[in-house]
Write a protein that binds this ligand. Structure first.
Ligand SMILES: *[C@@H]1O[C@H](CO)[C@@H](O)[C@H](O)[C@H]1NC(C)=O
Length: 214
């Protein structure tokens, strides 16, 4: 029979022999916008799920003979079950935080920058990059002297930034003309009206060529 003590030393053993074996524990907090919530605590050994606490079931399940014994012991332990209930409450609190955060639009951070073009003496490329915005839909477009540009523009899809926020990029290919004013127009839920980011001022003074170091 396994005691709680030996369960803890078993975990220690698994985690301490990292060079030969691979073990990890995972706390998973899954939820949907309709309010469903699932809290899972999982212990894997060599990529195989050995033991799992399922918050909906309110108990541990073992997936091998030995892990079943451990699960039986844990299910008799008020202390472990109490701790899991607390973990599940934390999961629930995160759900609220996540939805509060996601219900507010987040304004993009926008940057305009030139791109070096190999082998082209006349064409220049500007890229308009928008970072860390939410929600996903965004429109990036270009204005030359206040007029919308419809050709020589390529835009990426909105790409996940890995933290629930997104980024997007738009490229404009053009032949620089002195005195010309170029701007990137950003339309997004976080903005009351379209926002213009000007490249023009730098252009007027020096011309894009010298900015690109040619
Ligand atoms: C957790 O338990 C619930 C209720 O029995 C079940 O519907 C769900 O599939 C379980 N989740 C996992 C990942 O085992």
């Amino acid at each position: 029979m396994l005691t709680l003590q030996s369960f803890l030393s078993l975990l220690f053993l698994l985690f301490s022999s990292a060079d030969a074996l691979y073990s990890y524990g995972l706390l998973r907090c899954q939820f949907t916008s309709t309010g469903d919530l699932l809290f899972l605590e999982q212990i894997y050994f060599n990529k195989i799920l050995l033991l799992q606490y399922n918050g909906t079931l309110g108990k541990y399940t073992g997936y091998t003979k030995k892990a079943k014994d451990i699960a039986d012991q844990l299910n008799k332990s008020e202390r472990f079950l109490e701790q899991e209930k607390k973990n599940e409450e934390k999961c629930r609190a995160h759900q609220q935080l996540a939805f509060d955060f996601l219900s507010k639009p987040v304004e993009p951070y926008v940057r305009l920058s030139p791109v070096e073009l190999q082998g082209s003496r006349h064409q220049s490329v500007l890229v308009c990059s928008a970072y860390d915005f939410y929600p996903k839909p965004i429109k990036l477009s270009w204005l030359r002297n206040g007029k919308e540009v419809t050709t020589d523009v390529t835009s990426t899809e909105e790409l996940p930034d890995g933290n629930w926020l997104y980024q997007a990029h738009s490229h404009l290919e053009f032949i620089p003309t002195p005195g010309e004013k170029i701007a990137c127009k950003v339309e997004h839920a976080s903005l009351m009206e379209p926002k213009l980011y000007d490249w023009g001022q730098c252009l007027r003074r020096t011309g894009i060529r010298s900015l690109l170091g040619r």
